[in-house]
Design a protein around this ligand. Sequence first.
Ligand code: S3P
Length: 167
Amino acid sequence: MAGSIVLIGFMGAGKTTVGRLLAGELGLAFFDTDRAVVEASGRSIAEIWRTDGEEAFRDREHEAVKRACERPGSVIATGGGAVLAHRNLELLRIAGPIVLLEASLDTVEARLAEGATRPMFMNRTHAQREALLAERAVVYDRVCDVSVPTDGRAPDEIVIAIIEALQ
Ligand code: S3P
């Protein structure tokens, strides 16, 4: 079901903030897969992860991706690990162009410094985060249709860059 725009990228790349703004700018609906998981389960991601494990979270994330892809004309902000799963990627590819929000580790660490509650990010050293970002970047680059740098850019500048990149 086409007509949507899919935002991917590492934690802290700005998918939620930018996605909401982009949706407003283009008059599209906004769908955030992380928020959908939290709303559907009534629990935080950290809590799901702690009590049920990552696999259970990934199943819930897949359900959220399916729901997102049932709504044409949305900006879909995905969790940083969503496109690693083929079952999500195949749906998201049909939903619309995949836009990678690129961010360096320094930017991500600065954005997530306060209240970092992400299980894949907290309690990890800088070197571990660096390795995860490098590993993920290979996948993000491979699956995206366009990529937009976000370092040093404000959310509204990133929105403009996305709109230009998609023209
Ligand atoms: C994850 C990223 C998070 C969230 C979960 C796992 C990941 O989303 O889905 O904590 O594996 O990168 P954000 O990218 O929105 O932080």
